[in-house]
Ligand binder design. Structure first.
Ligand code: AMP
Length: 250
């Protein structure tokens, strides 16, 4: 069981927001990046890695979704434009994403480590992250790349449902909630993300192919890439992930 509440307030809200329970000092910090096409099961693995190994899931997509439910008057013009890109399934411009991550840099410096999910998404973002690491004396432990054939990805995305409130992820067939349409954790309603609908899915897969795949090559070149087959149940995929990390002493 996790020792933190995983409310990720500092990451999701930015500014001066504090997490309710900071990560314990004693646990070995892991500093990881997760890669994988939308729908490959990366978010589910991030939750399992957080629960069992400790680092918080820092998802840039979650920050944008949190901003979407904020008051329109509170959003900067850049954030409003970013949400429009997101609604169409396109990538948000690098400069906007990097500003947003910079505002939350203390989460990357956190003594509990981090699990970056959905960032970096382009080589430009990865290079900016590397500069941040070297300026702050931070070493990345590994980049986990989850891999699955495209037709299986499409099937997973169309059945995915997300909790409106706590963002827990379910699947109508393979990870069904106890009560259909209701979150097991907080009892709120489950919804299909706008960008999980077919037209946006196609655009997202294209964006992934063009922008994100070169990232795997970038991290392979640095000796950090660990490829994990994303077939099977979440537990099986987690067991593969854990074994690969242990093998490298991470
Ligand atoms: P995700 O939940 O990671 O699939 O992200 C949902 C959407 O947020 C993406 O389709 C993009 O529009 C946007 N987004 C999230 N992270 C990034 C990023 N690092 N770079 C560009 N766009 C992003």
């Amino acid at each position: 069981m996790s020792e933190t509440t995983n409310d990720r307030a500092a990451w999701l809200k930015g500014g001066d927001a504090q997490c309710r329970v900071p990560p314990p000092l004693k646990r070995k910090p892991r500093r990881l990046v997760l890669l994988g096409a939308p729908g490959v099961g990366k978010g589910t693995q991030a939750e399992l890695i957080h629960e069992r190994l400790g680092p918080c899931q820092l998802s840039t997509g979650d920050v944008f979704r949190a901003a979407k439910s904020s008051c329109e008057g509170e959003r900067s013009p850049a954030l409003t434009a970013a949400l429009e890109h997101m609604r169409r399934g396109e990538l948000v411009p690098d400069s906007t994403v990097l500003d947003m991550v910079r505002e939350r840099a203390r989460c990357i410096r956190c003594h509990g480590g981090f699990l970056l999910d959905g960032f970096p998404r382009t080589v430009t973002q990865a290079e900016a992250l590397d500069r941040f690491f070297s300026e702050n004396g931070i070493t990345l432990d590994a980049v986990l790349s989850y891999e699955l054939p495209i037709e299986k990805i499409v099937a997973r995305l169309s059945g995915r449902r997300t909790c409106e409130k706590c963002k827990a992820v379910y699947h109508v067939e393979t990870r069904a909630p106890r009560i259909p349409g209701v979150c097991d954790h907080c009892g709120c309603g489950l919804v299909q993300r706008e960008d999980d609908r077919p037209p946006a899915v196609r655009i997202r897969m294209d964006a992934y192919e063009r922008s994100t795949k070169p990232l795997a090559d970038y991290y392979r070149g640095k000796g950090l890439l660990i490829c994990v087959a994303a077939e099977g149940s979440p537990e099986e995929i987690f067991a593969r992930t854990h074994a690969a990390l242990e093998q490298r002493g991470i």
